[in-house]
Design a protein around this ligand. Structure first.
Ligand code: ZN
Ligand code: ZN
Length: 581
């Protein structure tokens, strides 16, 4: 059976949904594909396994017709229905609907009325003030379109860390399964765990580069081979992501991995240091500069050892002070995923999550956690089935009963309480006082000005029951800019009132981002690394939050959910006891 990753199948399903929408098909048909995309993206099992066990049609959300198309894709590498749709609809329209704020209806209108089939044509039409003449549109629409194009271009051809990491992991796993391959790994910004990734870089150590290149370029996920040499190849996957593969001799692997991990800025500094020491460093190894004698490199750490430096982890390699810190023994001891003792922001099916509290407990136990907090939405967020006062109370009682039965894992009863437009919280204090943990978040009123937004968050932090501010800037990568908020003031208030700030680990958010994390951590602000998972599979995304913390130079002590359960409960109580002005 040919092998295509689930995430790519999910992507094709969502593209079919988009094409159907552009075609003006029935909403039920569109929703069916959207739903299938979501289900497949979150599936815990590989599709080929389900197909071979004939269980694909039993998966809720995948009907007979869609199952047939997936089987066709797996067997033949293509779906006829999808190819026909693509032939019918100008491909540029698919690109146009990726612009934030432009839906299928507007794209259709732009196409039928003005013949617009690409982003460049759209931009030209805006600049010629043609859009405002269409019914239902105005100069404001033009402005929004321009802003959307700008946003899209700032991340053009880029993908989120979550997708790049999954694809790189799948390819690396496959490459490592080949007898020709000794070593393989992702390099580049994927390895440095940047929030968005342009191309994926893979490095392989093998004595048979031509064989590896041959096999790699024939993978079923490959849509197009851009370049193909004896030791290098570049391809574009079905999802439109570019992967560059470098194959080197196994004894050059670590030097190549280091070189292609970058960043460029970090490498420049490394080469300068090498030069000062009479050494030469490149992707082939470390050499004496006078007679090119190679020095032993049996791991990346050896490269730094030859320079008289301790090992610098990939997440720090940005030339943002890591080399100076390494020279003076000042590198942080970065927090690691094994340090995380629990997740403090999870949604259950009591509000808009998909899993029961029991399923969340099972997953948390599987991850080796000591605790997990159930933080469903509060009552004003009706769209997310926010809990009324009574429902919240009922949930607290239910969690108590579960805790009486649970031996190793403590379930914290919590809430993600909305910070309302006037800065009040969505529950009264006596209700919040009943919670083990309170995450306070903004979910509405983003259009307020900076002072108002900042004031709302700070007034929430002043409340003695609020332990954590959730997703502090509200950004959605590639879709919504952070709201204007004075983070410096927020960091100061966090210190003053003893409130932690969240790193939301969802690859669509990563909020706070690495830069702000470093700033906050440097000031002594406490951080909580949470997933905000609405589905237990996404509790695994904690790794991206940890990576962001590492990119922000955080150590274990900066992060509250590295504490043991007892310590954490004491910490959470402390805030309520300290009087604040
Ligand atoms: Zn939220
Ligand atoms: Zn949430």
């Amino acid at each position: 059976m040919r092998r295509i990753e689930n995430i790519e199948v999910a992507w094709i399903m969502s593209e079919i949904a988009d094409l159907l929408e552009l075609k003006g098909e029935s909403i039920f048909k569109i929703r069916a594909y959207q739903k299938a995309a979501k289900v497949i993206a979150n599936l815990g099992v590989d599709l080929p396994v389900l197909i071979s066990e004939k269980k694909l049609q039993n998966v809720p959300g995948i009907g007979k017709a869609i199952a047939g198309k997936i089987e066709e894709l797996m067997a033949t590498g293509r779906i006829n229905y999808y190819e026909n749709l693509k032939a019918e609809i100008p491909p540029g329209l698919l690109e146009i609907i990726t612009i934030p704020g432009i839906g299928a209806k507007m794209a259709q209108k732009l196409y039928h009325r003005l013949g617009i089939t690409s982003i460049d044509e759209l931009e030209a039409a805006v600049k010629a003030r043609k859009i405002r003449e269409l019914p239902g549109m105005g100069s404001k629409t033009e402005m929004n379109i321009l802003r959307g194009i700008e946003m899209l271009r700032s991340g053009v051809g880029r993908t989120t860390l979550g997708i790049a990491d999954a694809i790189a992991g799948a390819f690396t796993g496959f490459l490592l399964s080949l007898p020709e391959v000794e070593l393989a790994g992702a390099a580049g910004s994927t390895r440095r765990m940047k929030e968005s990734i342009g191309d994926i870089d893979l490095v392989v150590g093998s004595g048979q580069p031509d064989r590896v290149i041959e096999i790699f370029t024939r993978r079923p996920q490959v849509k197009k081979v851009i370049a193909r040499g004896k030791t290098k190849a570049s391809i574009v996957t079905l999802m439109g992501i570019r992967i560059d593969l470098m194959v080197v001799a196994p004894d050059q692997y670590w030097s190549a991995l280091h070189h292609f991990t970058g960043s460029k800025e970090h490498n420049v500094r490394i080469r300068e240091l090498a030069h000062k020491k009479g050494l030469k460093i490149n992707e082939y190894g470390v050499f004496t500069s006078d007679c090119d004698v190679p020095l032993p490199v049996a791991g990346e750490a050896d490269i730094y050892t030859h320079l008289g430096l301790p090992y610098i982890p990939p997440e720090l390699r940005e030339d943002l002070g890591e080399i100076e810190a390494a020279e003076h023994g000042g590198l942080p001891e970065l927090v690691e995923q094994v340090d995380i003792k629990g997740d403090l922001h999870i949604h259950s099916d009591w509000s808009d999550g998909v899993n029961s509290i029991e399923q969340i407990i099972g997953k948390a136990a599987e991850m080796g956690y000591q605790y997990a907090a159930i933080t469903d939405h509060s009552k004003s967020l009706a769209i997310a089935k926010g809990l009324s006062d009574e429902r919240l109370n009922e949930q607290d009682e239910y969690i108590k009963s579960l805790n009486r039965k649970s031996e190793n894992l403590r379930i914290l009863s919590g809430i993600e309480v909305d910070i309302l437009a006037n800065g009040d919280l969505d529950y009264l204090d006596d209700i919040l006082a009943e919670q083990d943990i309170v995450v306070a978040s903004l979910h509405s009123g983003f259009r307020q000005d900076k002072d108002k937004l900042t004031g709302r968050v700070i007034s929430a932090m002043k409340n003695k029951h609020v332990d954590i501010i959730g997703h502090p800037t509200g950004r959605l990568l590639g879709r919504r800019d952070p709201y204007p908020i004075d983070l410096e003031a927020v960091f100061e208030a966090a210190l003053k009132y003893g409130t932690a700030l969240e790193i939301n680990s969802s690859p669509d958010r990563l909020d706070l981002n690495d830069k702000y994390v470093r700033q906050a951590g440097g000031m002594g602000v406490k951080i909580s690394i949470n997933t905000d998972a609405h589905d237990i599979i996404r509790m695994d995304e904690i790794k991206y939050g940890v990576a962001t913390a590492r990119r922000g130079w955080l150590e274990k002590d900066n992060v509250i959910n590295t504490m043991d359960c007892g310590q954490l409960l004491k910490f959470l109580k402390k805030k309520g006891l300290t009087p604040h002005p």
